[in-house]
Design a protein around this ligand. Structure first.
Ligand SMILES: Cc1ncc(COP(=O)(O)O)c(CN[C@@](C)(CC(=O)O)C(=O)O)c1O
Length: 401
């Protein structure tokens, strides 16, 4: 008998497992609205032209493949902090930000979780209800206790702002509050600027530590600056905060695993100490990060022409998602004879739509219509083409009633 007898079969991942099921389906109308990965109108993966140009540049230069420092590529770390806060942000000149390249957003969140576990024993992380499915796994595996703050209100299909604020207020002083910088996953519902001010007030009042997950900067609205406004608001107040970043979506570097963890501290000395301990955590975890994606980001941001072209492509991607969102809404309204108000689909931001379909209804979408989505009712509009909106509207209406 095997020595691994005690190892049981793990369940498929709630998000990435959907793509596995999709690949196994042979139906010709099948549609993958599971993982948040941008597809063109032809439903094909999209490699940004600036990425191809940057890679051609890199090939011509014939760059080395030696180890990066534990903290990653310096040019990338500089560029990513400037993208986040704005190049002229005084925090950068004062060297009050510790930036370490991470294995994309997931790896950056994990580094931060390990820092919390090691230096804030007993501290809790508060996560939104609902949130991205992998957040709980990351904190569980890092042995960081977490609890939820109310966020989504099924009655209004909107933000339960009062519930959110009272749960953050009720948390033990000095808790970490995990916030989606923009394009909340899975609800697509973001606080308004006024609500962000109140969230910052209550976090300061309770001496909590804000912890932003910024996985969609520039991809939600099409503007890098607009999508970073929540983080910049907190930073402008002089708050210390953590920010995990990802270039999976906004630069289409999904499988290159490029992101960063940033810790804004009240002094350069604190930032240096924090950075040194993040390195001490990373070394035994994966030693040092992959170079390719870091070089692409550094080359795109470092070249004014490429940087501008990137901004155009982000607007193009965000624009396609916005128009497919509108088309889906129009298709549903044209077909649905009931009085149901579907306008929440239009109000949502980013690549997802939280349809309000429950588990059984989501199952019907897959079993009967071969539409693949996560069981919490989330669909990725990034995987939807205008041509498929009619079909999807039929599936949603059939499943809803
Ligand atoms: C809020 C949030 N944070 C972090 C990540 C991590 O992405 P990265 O590690 O590739 O940088 C995702 C990706 N969420 C996706 C798009 C994919 C996934 O589940 O991994 C999703 O479908 O929700 C995310 O939605």
């Amino acid at each position: 008998v095997s020595r691994f007898e005690s190892i049981t079969m793990a369940p498929p991942d709630p998000i990435l497992g959907v793509s596995e099921a999709f690949r196994a389906d042979t139906h010709e109308m099948k549609l993958n609205l599971g993982v948040g990965a941008y597809r063109t109108e032809e439903l094909r993966p999209y490699v940004l032209s600036v990425v191809k140009k940057a890679e051609n540049l890199m090939l011509e230069r014939g760059e080395f493949k030696e180890y990066l420092p534990i903290e990653g590529l310096a040019a990338f770390n500089k560029a990513t902090a400037e993208l986040l806060l704005g190049a002229d942000n005084p925090i950068i000149k004062q060297q009050r930000i510790a930036t370490v390249q991470g294995l994309s957003g997931t790896g950056s969140l994990r580094l931060a979780a390990a820092l919390i576990e090691r230096y804030f024993p007993g501290a809790k992380v508060l996560i939104s209800s609902p949130t991205w499915g992998n957040h709980k796994n990351i904190f569980n595996d890092a042995r960081v206790p977490w609890s939820e703050y109310r966020y989504y209100d099924p009655k209004t299909v909107g933000l339960d702002f009062d519930g959110m604020i009272s749960d953050i207020k009720a948390a033990p002083e000095g808790s970490f509050i995990l916030l989606h910088g923009c394009a909340h996953n899975p609800t697509g519902i973001d606080p308004t600027p006024e609500q962000w001010e109140v969230i910052a007030d209550v976090i300061q009042e309770k001496n909590h530590i804000p912890f932003f997950d910024v996985a969609y900067q520039g991809f939600a609205s099409g503007s890098l600056d607009a999508d970073a406004s929540s983080v910049r608001l907190f930073a402008a107040r002089g708050m210390e905060l953590l920010v995990a970043q990802s270039y999976s979506k906004n630069l289409g570097l999904y499988a290159e695993r490029i992101g960063a963890i940033n810790v804004v501290c009240s002094s350069a000395d604190a930032a240096a100490r924090v950075k040194s301990q993040l390195k001490r955590i990373a070394r035994p975890m994966y030693s040092n990060p992959p170079i390719h994606g870091a070089r692409i980001v550094a080359n795109v941001v470092g070249d004014p022409a490429l940087f501008n072209e990137w901004k155009e492509e982000m607007e193009l991607m965000a624009g396609r998602i916005k128009s497919v969102r509108q088309k889906l809404y129009d298709s549903i309204c044209a077909k649905d004879k009931s009085e149901k108000d579907w306008s929440y689909i239009l109000k949502q931001i980013g690549m997802f739509s939280f349809t309000g379909l429950n588990r059984a209804q989501s199952d019907n979408m897959t079993d009967k219509w071969h539409v693949y989505m996560t069981k919490d009712g989330r669909i990725s509009l990034a995987g939807l083409s205008a041509a498929k909106c009619e079909y999807l509207a039929d599936a949603i209406i059939d499943s809803f009633y």
